[in-house]
Design a protein around this ligand. Structure first.
Ligand code: S3P
Length: 169
C-alpha cells in the first residue's frame, strides 16, 4: 500500500491524527521530525541552532526521499516540508498527500505557548504565524490530493481522514 503523507501548518495535528489513524488502520506511523532527529542524533532545535534553517531543510529533503521509498506508512511531515516543490515531487504520483486544514485562529491558539518550535521563539510570534500561514496555505493546497478539515476533536478528524481515503478500519 502506498504511503499517506500528512501536511499542514504547525499545530494542525499531523502527528496526533497520523498516530491514531495508523493505529486504527494497521499502518506504520512515522513522525518526520523524529525521523530526522534520530538520523542526525540531534533535536530539531539543535539542528536549527547549529546548521541554520537551510541545514535542516537539507536533512528534511533527505528524509522525504528515504521515506518515499517505503510502503504502508502514515507520515506526519514537518510544517515546512511540503512547501518545497522538491519534496512534493518526491511523493507525488506514488503517495497520497493529505492536507489537514485548520483555520488560522485555531492554529494561533494551539501554538500560543509553544516552547519547542525554532521558528516561533520570537516576540512577534503572532505576526510570524499569520504571515507564514498565509504564504504556505496555497502551497499545501496545490500539493494535496485530499483535504481533510482538522479543527474538530482528534477522534472525529481521524475518522474523517479514514473515510476520506476509504481506509480499512
Ligand atoms: C517547521 C515545523 C516543525 C519542524 C520545524 C520547522 C516549519 O514541524 O519541522 O520546526 O517550518 O513549519 P511541526 O509542523 O510538526 O511543528
Amino acid at each position: 500500500m502506498n504511503n499517506i503523507i500528512l501536511c499542514g501548518f504547525m499545530g494542525c495535528g499531523k502527528s496526533t491524527i497520523g498516530k491514531s489513524a495508523a493505529k486504527k488502520t494497521g499502518r506504520h506511523f512515522v513522525d518526520m521530525d523524529e525521523y530526522i532527529e534520530k538520523q542526525a542524533g540531534k533535536t530539531v532545535a539543535e539542528i536549527f541552532a547549529e546548521c541554520g534553517e537551510e541545514g535542516f531543510r537539507e536533512l528534511e529533503h533527505e528524509a522525504c526521499t528515504e521515506l518515499s521509498k517505503k510502503r504502508n506508512l502514515i507520515v506526519a511531515t514537518g510544517g515546512g516540508a511540503l512547501t518545497f516543490k522538491r519534496n512534493v515531487e518526491v511523493f507525488r504520483g506514488t503517495d497520497t498527500i493529505v492536507l489537514l486544514d485548520v483555520p488560522l485562529r485555531i492554529i494561533r491558539l494551539r501554538l500560543r505557548n509553544d516552547k519547542k518550535r525554532p521558528l516561533l521563539q520570537r516576540p512577534d510570534r503572532d505576526k510570524v504565524i499569520t504571515e507564514l500561514y498565509n504564504s504556505r496555505m496555497p502551497k499545501y493546497l496545490a500539493a494535496a490530493d485530499v483535504v481533510v478539515k482538522g479543527e474538530s476533536t482528534p477522534l472525529k478528524t481521524t475518522n474523517s481522514l479514514i473515510e476520506a481515503l476509504n481506509l480499512r478500519k
